[in-house]
Design a protein. Structure first.
Length: 86
Protein backbone atom coordinates (compact mmCIF):
# COMPACT_ATOMS: atom_id res chain seq x y z
CA UNK A 1 0.00 0.00 0.00
CA UNK A 2 1.49 3.36 -0.96
CA UNK A 3 2.37 5.60 1.97
CA UNK A 4 0.27 8.36 0.34
CA UNK A 5 -2.84 6.31 1.16
CA UNK A 6 -1.83 6.10 4.82
CA UNK A 7 -1.22 9.85 5.01
CA UNK A 8 -4.50 10.55 3.20
CA UNK A 9 -6.37 8.32 5.67
CA UNK A 10 -4.76 10.01 8.69
CA UNK A 11 -5.29 13.53 7.34
CA UNK A 12 -8.93 12.84 6.45
CA UNK A 13 -9.52 11.26 9.85
CA UNK A 14 -8.03 14.33 11.56
CA UNK A 15 -9.82 16.86 9.35
CA UNK A 16 -13.28 15.38 9.71
CA UNK A 17 -12.67 14.67 13.39
CA UNK A 18 -11.92 18.38 13.81
CA UNK A 19 -14.92 19.47 11.70
CA UNK A 20 -17.30 17.32 13.74
CA UNK A 21 -15.67 18.47 16.98
CA UNK A 22 -16.02 22.09 15.85
CA UNK A 23 -19.68 21.63 14.96
CA UNK A 24 -20.31 20.33 18.46
CA UNK A 25 -18.33 23.26 19.94
CA UNK A 26 -20.50 25.74 18.06
CA UNK A 27 -23.85 24.10 18.72
CA UNK A 28 -23.10 23.58 22.40
CA UNK A 29 -21.51 27.02 22.94
CA UNK A 30 -17.96 25.94 23.83
CA UNK A 31 -16.30 29.11 22.54
CA UNK A 32 -12.88 28.46 24.11
CA UNK A 33 -12.37 25.48 21.81
CA UNK A 34 -13.32 27.27 18.55
CA UNK A 35 -10.05 29.07 17.64
CA UNK A 36 -7.64 26.17 18.38
CA UNK A 37 -9.92 23.76 16.53
CA UNK A 38 -10.13 26.15 13.57
CA UNK A 39 -6.34 26.38 13.35
CA UNK A 40 -5.97 22.61 13.37
CA UNK A 41 -8.71 22.33 10.73
CA UNK A 42 -6.85 24.77 8.47
CA UNK A 43 -3.62 22.76 8.69
CA UNK A 44 -5.24 19.42 7.91
CA UNK A 45 -7.42 20.83 5.14
CA UNK A 46 -4.45 22.38 3.34
CA UNK A 47 -2.55 19.09 3.64
CA UNK A 48 -5.46 17.18 2.08
CA UNK A 49 -5.84 19.67 -0.76
CA UNK A 50 -2.13 19.41 -1.55
CA UNK A 51 -2.34 15.60 -1.50
CA UNK A 52 -5.26 15.57 -3.93
CA UNK A 53 -3.58 18.16 -6.18
CA UNK A 54 -0.35 16.18 -6.39
CA UNK A 55 -1.70 12.61 -6.38
CA UNK A 56 -4.93 13.13 -8.30
CA UNK A 57 -8.15 11.38 -7.44
CA UNK A 58 -9.09 7.77 -7.79
CA UNK A 59 -8.35 5.02 -5.30
CA UNK A 60 -7.05 7.58 -2.82
CA UNK A 61 -10.72 8.47 -2.22
CA UNK A 62 -11.19 5.15 -0.41
CA UNK A 63 -8.82 5.83 2.52
CA UNK A 64 -10.04 9.42 2.64
CA UNK A 65 -13.67 8.27 2.90
CA UNK A 66 -12.96 5.64 5.54
CA UNK A 67 -10.79 8.02 7.56
CA UNK A 68 -13.48 10.70 7.38
CA UNK A 69 -16.23 8.42 8.68
CA UNK A 70 -14.11 7.13 11.53
CA UNK A 71 -12.99 10.67 12.37
CA UNK A 72 -16.58 11.87 12.72
CA UNK A 73 -17.58 8.98 14.99
CA UNK A 74 -14.50 9.44 17.19
CA UNK A 75 -15.10 13.20 17.47
CA UNK A 76 -18.66 12.65 18.63
CA UNK A 77 -17.48 10.18 21.28
CA UNK A 78 -14.55 12.31 22.50
CA UNK A 79 -16.53 15.56 22.62
CA UNK A 80 -19.14 13.88 24.78
CA UNK A 81 -16.47 12.53 27.15
CA UNK A 82 -14.11 15.52 27.32
CA UNK A 83 -16.01 18.72 26.57
CA UNK A 84 -19.66 18.05 27.27
CA UNK A 85 -18.92 15.99 30.40
CA UNK A 86 -21.63 13.44 29.73
Amino acid sequence: MPIAYVWAFLAAFAFIFLKAFQQLNVTKGHMVWVIPTSMAMALTEVFLVVQMATKGWGWICLPIGIGSGLGAVCAMWLHKKVVSHG
